[in-house]
Ligand binder design. Structure first.
Ligand SMILES: [Zn+2]
Length: 317
C-alpha cells in the first residue's frame, strides 16, 4: 500500500496544538465517518480560515466499511480539488492496534491516537511509548488517552463507564511517554447525551494544566453547549486545545437526507446526488458553527501558515 501524499499545508498535530495553546483557541477535530463527508469539513475550514483535523477511528473504519487508504486518498484529493490551503491534519482517532497505526502513517496520516486507556497506567504508558517511538521519527504526532471517556454508544470506543483522569497520573504519563496530546476524561461522553446533561470538570482541567504542559483534548464534544466548550478552552492558565466532534455531524447529515439509521460508506454513496448534496451542506453548516462559535479557531489558519516552516511536512519523511 503506497498512498502517501505530500502537501505543504498538511501537518502533524503538534504544530496546530502549539499554536492553539498560544492563541487560546481550540482546533476542531471532526469525524466524517463516510468519505463524502470529508469534503464539507474541509470546505467549512477553508471558508472560516481555520486549522482543521479530519479523523476516523478504528471502530469507525470497521463499522462504516471504510478503508484507511480510501479515506486518506479522499482527504488529499479534496484538499487539492477545492484549493484548501488552511493547515490540516489527517488523524487516526481511537486505535488499539499497532499495525493499523503503522498502516495509517504509511497512508499519509500525520497524527495517530493510541487508545490503551483500558489498561493499568504502566501498561498504557508502555503501549503509548511504543507508538511514540515509531511515529515521531516519521514526523507524525501521537495522542493518548488517560482515564476513560465514557460512551453512550459504542462507535468510537466501547467504554460504557467513565473514569476521570487523575492530574498527577497525567503529569507522570505525559513526561514518561512524550505524547503530543492527551485526551482527558473530565465528564464528557462519546455519542448523544440521551437523558443526561453534559458536564465538564473545569477544576480537574486546571489541576492537570498546572502539572503538565501537554496539550489537552476533549472528546465527546457533540451536544456540549457552546458556553461550556468556550469556558474549557479559555481557562486561566490554559485549557483544552482540541475538541472532537462526531455525533453532531452525523445527526445533521441524517436529518438532511431524511434517514434515521446510520449509513455505511456504501449506503452513503448510493444516495442520489441531490440528496447527498443536502446532507453535505448540513454538515458544512455544523462544522462552520463549531469553528466560529465554539472553538474560536476562525481566521487562525493563515497566521499559522505564516508562522510555520512548511518543511515540517510528515509525508516527506
Ligand atoms: Zn473519543
Amino acid at each position: 500500500m503506497n498512498c502517501r501524499k505530500s502537501l505543504g499545508n498538511v501537518m502533524p498535530l503538534n504544530v496546530l496544538l502549539r499554536a492553539a495553546q498560544e492563541g487560546v483557541y481550540a482546533v476542531g477535530s471532526f469525524s466524517p465517518r463516510c468519505t463524502p463527508l470529508i469534503r464539507p469539513i474541509l470546505r467549512a475550514a477553508k471558508k472560516a480560515g481555520a486549522p482543521v483535523v479530519v479523523q476516523i477511528s478504528q471502530r469507525e473504519l470497521e463499522r462504516y466499511g471504510v478503508s484507511l487508504a480510501a479515506f486518506a486518498e479522499r482527504f488529499y484529493t479534496y484538499l487539492v480539488e477545492d484549493d484548501v490551503e488552511v493547515p490540516a491534519v489527517l488523524h487516526l482517532d481511537h486505535t488499539k492496534d499497532f499495525h493499523l497505526i503503522a498502516a495509517a502513517i504509511e497512508c499519509g496520516f500525520t497524527s495517530v491516537m493510541i487508545d490503551a486507556s483500558e489498561f493499568p497506567l504502566a501498561e498504557n504508558a508502555a503501549r503509548t511509548s511504543k507508538v511514540v517511538a515509531y511515529a515521531h521519527p516519521r514526523g507524525v504526532s501521537v495522542e493518548a488517552e488517560l482515564g476513560r471517556i465514557g460512551s453512550t454508544d459504542s462507535i468510537e470506543t466501547e467504554h460504557q463507564r467513565e473514569l476521570l483522569t487523575d492530574p498527577e497520573e497525567a503529569q507522570w504519563f505525559a513526561a514518561a511517554t512524550q505524547v503530543d496530546a492527551l485526551a482527558v476524561s473530565v465528564g464528557t461522553a462519546h455519542g448523544a447525551y440521551m437523558g443526561r446533561k453534559p458536564e465538564i470538570d473545569y477544576e480537574r482541567i486546571k489541576q492537570i494544566r498546572t502539572l503538565t504542559p501537554v496539550p489537552l483534548v476533549l472528546h465527546g464534544g457533540s451536544g456540549v453547549p457552546q458556553e461550556m466548550i468556550r469556558a474549557a478552552v479559555a481557562l486561566p492558565g490554559g485549557g483544552i486545545s482540541k475538541v472532537n466532534f462526531a455525533t453532531d455531524l452525523e445527526l445533521a447529515f441524517l436529518a438532511a437526507v431524511g434517514r434515521t439509521e446510520r449509513l455505511t460508506e456504501r449506503e452513503c454513496r448510493e444516495l442520489s446526488p441531490a440528496v447527498l448534496d443536502r446532507g453535505l451542506r448540513a454538515v458544512e453548516i455544523v462544522v462552520e458553527e463549531k469553528i466560529v462559535h465554539y472553538l474560536g479557531s476562525a481566521g487562525r489558519g493563515r497566521m499559522l501558515l505564516i508562522d510555520t516552516d512548511l518543511g515540517g511536512n510528515a509525508c516527506e519523511a
